[in-house]
Design a protein around this ligand. Structure first.
Ligand code: ADP
Ligand code: MG
Length: 165
């Protein structure tokens, strides 16, 4: 795992985007979807209501999903079967013990997934052993600041594509 120091947060390992509204968040998600490669784990962090599910919705739409993207807050996992492969959308907010990831079949999901999206990765207590890209969202008035940190070389390549589309 590599992490970029805050001061370098605009190189390949880390980028910042200001997202002015929900539409822009969906569009940003779609731009992420356009540069994805198979088998990545993306985490989405930030306060309740900051836009994690909205960003995940944009990614799923960008991957060609035309249906309803529900928040997995209660089920903890919403699976999607897309032409590209399976996408698993986790929300660990209600998880009280990281062992629950085992019951959710996280390892199996990792094995066959095109993409894993994980909201509230903080709840997993380090159980998610491979994270390619970490999206952290914070509020700035009505806007959001999204910071994208790459933790693997595959993640870094995605970040570079996002920086130079
Ligand atoms: P989370 O999954 O982080 O709890 P959601 O994506 O479910 O958050 O909800 C985000 C809410 O914030 C939505 O109601 C959305 O309309 C609103 N919103 C306002 N501004 C933005 C923005 N810039 N980006 C994303 N969502 C925004
Ligand atoms: Mg959510």
């Amino acid at each position: 795992m590599k992490s970029a120091p805050e001061s370098l947060c605009n190189d390949g390992w880390c980028l910042n985007r200001k997202i002015v509204d929900e539409r822009a968040m969906l569009a940003f998600g779609k731009s992420v979807a356009r540069v994805l490669v198979p088998r990545l784990v993306l985490t989405l962090s930030g306060d309740l209501g900051v836009g994690k599910t909205t960003l995940a919705r944009g990614v799923l739409q960008g991957l060609g999903f035309g249906g309803l993207v529900k928040s997995p807050t209660y089920a903890m996992l919403e699976p999607y079967q897309l032409d590209l492969g399976a996408v698993y959308h986790f929300d660990l907010y209600r998880m009280s013990d990281p062992e629950e990831l085992e019951f959710l079949g996280y390892r199996d999901c990792l094995r066959d997934a095109y993409l894993c999206l994980v909201e509230w990765p903080e709840r997993s207590d380090g159980y998610l052993n491979k994270i390619d890209l970490e999206f952290s969202i914070s509020s700035e008035g009505a806007s959001r600041i999204v910071t994208v940190r790459a933790h693997t070389h595959a993640g870094k390549i995605i970040n570079e594509h996002l920086q130079n589309p």
